[in-house]
Ligand binder design. Structure first.
Ligand code: ZN
Length: 344
């Protein structure tokens, strides 16, 4: 049984961290956590339906809350060292996936203001503008419309309010994943909405000089995220290894530094598992992060290429929801009921 996200969200907000602690016990809190974000945007209202975008003010609030409670914000290397030493002081890492332009223009200034380090996992296909970024096209279609005709599904969606946009976006992503909304159906929808995926990619993704600027910051570590952002579990082992090593080599050549950390595309159990953890080690990565929800424990030191993370996406812009995840209750619930939402 999978919990609907709305029920999960309401329960989490109502419970907060204190009651969640009572529910699952402090043993789920672990020593620290790794947060996952993608795009970080200024505009609060327009992005709220899109789980790949996080508001700048919310990111700032999370950093302040983490620091206020005495948790250290550290690099992934420091996190692994603390797991090894079983340091009692709690820590948090921030990671941003894919390679969005706003990571330089919006996120970096916030992290600089707090002198907080973060890791950016960059996929080659973003910088080379070769990603099939259908999810960005759907977000754009939902964002710019009050009503949406999707002939491929024979459906009409009302997308006037934020709630309607949230529901429609989630439903359309699910239809793509179910295989009912195919490339042809998406292409027809984008043509009707005058949406150009390459133009969105140009607007949203970092280019090489922007990535070099980010990498020049002493707060930034660059990690790998594959060449073409595939579901690695669907590839032959040799092909999965090539996706990792070619992206790693390309980033190392571009930035003239070792790339030692990795994030699995999508990161859910259907996209990466024990086989991919072994391949990531063979590719030369010291750590690899998933999108499975959970905190970090000393045991993760023995399995550093299958690390869980906590999500800071727009539909979770609520500090109580962040605390609920950090308590370990979210991870415990998902172990019992499965993941309530779709992620990228
Ligand atoms: Zn990604």
């Amino acid at each position: 049984m999978r919990l609907p996200f709305t029920i999960f969200r309401q329960a989490a907000i109502a419970m907060g961290a204190t009651r969640a602690d009572r529910l699952v016990g402090r043993r789920y809190r672990g020593l620290g956590a790794i947060f996952i974000l993608h795009s970080v945007v200024d505009d609060r209202q327009e992005h709220l339906f899109d789980p790949l975008r996080t508001g700048a003010r919310f990111l700032d609030a999370v950093i302040r809350q983490v620091r206020a409670e005495g948790t250290d914000i550290v690099t992934l290397d420091e996190a692994m060292a603390r797991l090894a030493s079983r340091s009692a002081r709690r820590f948090a890492c921030f990671t941003l996936d894919d390679g969005y332009k706003d990571n330089l223009t919006v996120a970096l200034p916030i992290f600089e203001q707090h002198a907080a380090p973060f890791t950016l996992f960059v996929t080659t296909c973003f910088l080379e503008r070769s990603a099939n970024n259908w999810w960005s096209g759907l977000a754009e279609a939902v964002k710019q419309s009050d009503a949406l005709e999707v002939p491929a599904l024979g459906r009409h969606y009302v997308t006037a309010t934020l709630g309607e946009k949230v529901a429609t976006y989630r439903e359309l992503v699910a239809e793509v994943e179910r295989g009912r909304l195919t490339d042809a159906g998406l292409a027809a929808l984008f043509a009707a909405c005058r949406i150009s995926l390459p133009r969105i990619m140009d607007r949203d993704a970092l280019d090489e000089s922007e990535l070099r600027k980010l990498a020049a910051s002493p707060l930034v570590e660059i990690g790998g995220h594959t060449v073409s952002h595939p579901q690695l579990s669907r590839l032959e082992p040799g092909e999965a290894l090539r996706e990792m090593t070619e992206n790693k080599r390309w980033l190392e050549g571009l930035l003239d530094r070792p790339v030692r950390h990795f994030a699995y595309p999508f990161g859910d159990p259907a996209s990466c598992g024990a086989r991919e953890a072994v391949i990531a080690r063979a590719a030369g990565f010291q750590t690899a992060v998933t999108t499975r929800i959970g905190n970090l424990f000393p045991e993760h030191r023995d399995n550093p290429t299958a690390l869980p993370r906590l999500r800071l996406f727009s539909e979770r812009e609520c500090l109580r929801l962040v605390e609920f995840q950090r308590s370990g209750a979210a991870g415990a619930l998902m172990t019992r009921f499965g993941d309530p939402v779709t992620t990228m």
